[in-house]
Write a protein that binds this ligand. Sequence first.
Ligand code: COA
Length: 366
Amino acid sequence: MGLDGVVAASTRLSRVEGEAGQLTLAGYAVEDLAPHASFEEVAYLFLHGRLPERSECAGFARSLAQRRVLPDAAVELLGAAARRKVPVMDALRMAVPLLSMSGTDNPLDNAITAIAAFPSIVGTYWRLRNGECPAGVRTDLPHAAYYLHQLFGTEPSAEQARALETYLNTVCDHGLNASTFAARVIISTQSDLISAITGAVGALKGPLHGGAPGPALEMVFEIGKPERAEAVIRAKLDRGERIMGFGHRIYRVRDPRADVLNQAAQRFYASNGSRGLYDLARSVEQTALRLLHEYKPGRRLDTNVEFYTALLLHGLGLPAELFTPTFAAGRVLGWPAHCLEQLREGKLIRPQSTYAGPVGLSYFQP
Ligand code: COA
């Protein structure tokens, strides 16, 4: 059950090879594409099936930037949600359907609207909830820089923007994960793209999918000094606890996204002069891998994407509560691309169930 091992779609968008530890994004290895391409280039690649020419990329970036303004109804809703202090993912899930107010009947247009709007939604909500005014829409900033501007109200450094861009590119798609599957199921009924993305946000919200990168970092902070790593991790394993940031259902070797984010974190922490936390995390990772090998021989437990996600996003100044919404701001690239693919296929996704309930009961019998 749970559809493990079932192939439910054919896609040109991403290939996840768990045994080899490889992730291909629309033809490119994640290590090749994510740290070097702009978010706009990757978005174009996903929506159009090829990387853009320079002029196409500039035009695409302009159309993304022009769609950053949220409908008034969405801003009002975010204000009401902020007064109730709802979690950020709930605010995002409530605001996305209101993008239909500025939507059209064209799925590609709606795809660009949704991708453009996520930074505005998350940033506006975050600031309102913290009692601050929204940062105001800027159309002159590239997408990743705009996301950080929406959160913090200031223009990020080139290093900060690049680090976030690498993260968003790295997590933009990952095979038929639960939220992408949810989006494909919804659009397969010939529903609209904004409905599909709303459903996908709902699926990503769950901790079994959107994950909890926070705990991986909490462990690093709890350890505090490299020389404490062995004792703390051993105690956790002795108590039968799981070491957060290690192990993956599909990758049986190192998650390739962990490598990309590790290198991005290394570059970023070196650039802002606070290598200490990075070095501590590296030594925690080495110790954890050694002890997991000792405690779970033959289990092939390796570092997963959450470990370096936490380190990188923390370095950018994001609190743990913003980790999953920021994941959503990356994954909102894959969702509409999958929807467009599913629409081209034109087939309703309708699996079957086996009945496990009683039969032959009589309504009239006492
Ligand atoms: N720390 C310690 N032991 C772990 C472990 C971890 N992070 N991940 C798996 N194991 C152990 C299990 O205890 C189990 O051991 P046992 O057979 O002796 O009981 C064995 O490895 C297999 O566990 P299982 O739950 O079947 O593996 P899975 O592939 O289904 O689990 C995860 C995948 C992600 C749920 C799991 O690795 C985990 O809980 N990781 C920590 C949380 C995390 O980082 N989540 C983010 C994922 S991106």
